[in-house]
Design a protein around this ligand. Structure first.
Ligand SMILES: Cc1cc2nc3c(=O)[nH]c(=O)nc-3n(C[C@H](O)[C@H](O)[C@H](O)COP(=O)(O)O)c2cc1C
Length: 371
């Protein structure tokens, strides 16, 4: 064999070896990546969820097929729609005929049950039990009562369905000119304490943002034993049809930018509470989940996005969350949760008077942008 042939042979052998090495390296890295794949597991109100995406309370609860589809698409849990005091009070009456009397009381409830035929608590509890049995993900119940006795009695009945936890929907619309805000809060804290004392399952509180200082309310409810907060509820608002000159109650879906309010208060509460916090309102995309977790949320509850995009969209949202985590090399939710909370960042203005400071410093820029 000539010298040049020897070199060629050696060179070919070397090339083959390098190729083999590259193939082996790629395979090993792939396997390693599979093992290292980000875990989306999180804790919400003390319950372990496989990922942070919860289907929030809404009328999709009425459709078991949709709930099964949502479970298949990957949602980690769901909140069954609220049982309302009106359903409880009207159990033995003809509900449809009685509703007018309640028209001013609870726009949300009227909107949800325009034609009640089977709206009583017995039916509600029966259907909820069926959902709990049909699904393997955790199902949470939700209750919106008025009287202390109803809170406790129905919390117990909802607990008996086998739900993983109970959400107290503190939907409260001021109607009384003589009742102070403080009295409303005290009554809600009393209800929370009474329910906590009665049931064994975790209890969360879903609040509206309409408190003078919602942070103090949250802190007081945290001290009273709330296991989680859902920030924030979206209240149903009546509208007016000017042609018919009458009130109408439209579906009240959120818009995408609504999630910014939650970012602020989740960012402010993170690291200051015993309870965990779930974000709600205007969470449409996987990236919105990322934002909420960066602010400090343990989970998110989404509804409107599923009305717009179908419940199968949960898979897209989760894919987007995972892709972002991979790109940023985060291997768990905890690795970035609260990274941009008020406590973690060095900028005292971001969560407080952010927009005013921004406007002061960049007033010319903003002005030029709008003209
Ligand atoms: C049709 C419909 C029904 C709802 N029913 C309930 C309910 O029974 N209990 C409750 O706490 N919230 C209820 N909500 C409010 C949602 O759970 C959620 O707080 C709100 O829609 C904001 O989240 P989103 O922006 O993801 O829609 C309902 C919302 C819709 C659109």
């Amino acid at each position: 064999m000539q010298r040049s042939e020897k070199y060629l042979l050696f060179f070919t052998f070397f090339l083959n070896l390098s190729y083999l090495f590259i193939v082996l390296y790629t395979e090993i890295t792939k396997t390693h990546n599979l093992i290292q794949m980000a875990t989306l597991t999180t804790q919400h109100m003390g319950v372990t969820l496989k990922n942070p995406l919860i289907l929030g309370a809404c009328n999709l609860s009425n459709n078991l097929d949709k709930l099964i589809e949502a479970e298949k698409a990957g949602v980690a849990a769901l909140v069954y729609r609220s049982l309302f005091e009106e359903q409880i009070q009207l159990e033995d009456n003809d509900l449809s005929n009685q509703l007018e009397a309640y028209d001013e009381r609870n726009a949300e409830m009227i909107n949800l049950f325009p034609k009640i035929e089977h709206g009583g608590p017995k039916e509600h509890i029966h259907n909820l039990k069926q959902v709990v049995e049909a699904l393997s993900i955790p199902v949470f119940a939700s209750l919106n009562a008025v009287y202390k006795e109803s809170w406790v009695e129905y919390a117990l009945q909802l607990e008996a369905t086998g739900v993983a936890g109970l959400e107290l929907n503190f939907f409260s619309v001021p109607r009384d000119f003589d009742k102070s805000g403080h009295d409303v809060i005290l009554q809600q804290i009393e209800s929370l304490k009474a329910v906590k004392a009665a049931v064994k399952i975790p209890v969360s509180v879903k609040l509206s943002p309409f408190y003078t200082n919602v942070l103090k309310t949250i802190k007081d409810m945290d001290d009273a034993g709330a296991d989680a907060f859902i920030l924030f509820n979206r209240l149903f608002e009546p509208d007016i049809d000017v042609e018919a000159e009458k009130h109408v109650s439209p579906w009240n879906l959120s818009t995408h930018s609504d999630h910014r309010l939650s970012i602020r208060y989740i960012g402010l509460t993170h690291g200051n509470l015993n309870a965990s916090v779930a974000a709600n309102n205007g969470i449409y995309e996987g990236i919105d989940m990322v934002k909420m977790i960066l602010a400090g949320a343990s989970a998110v509850e989404a509804v409107s996005t599923f009305y717009h995009n179908g419940v199968g969209y949960a898979a897209e949202m989760l894919k987007e969350l995972e892709e972002w985590m991979d790109r940023k090399e985060y291997d768990s939710i905890e690795a970035f949760r609260g990274k941009l909370s008020s406590k973690s960042i060095n900028d005292p203005f971001v969560y407080k008077r952010a927009q005013y400071i921004d406007m002061l410093l960049k007033s010319e820029e903003h002005f030029n942008a709008v003209i």
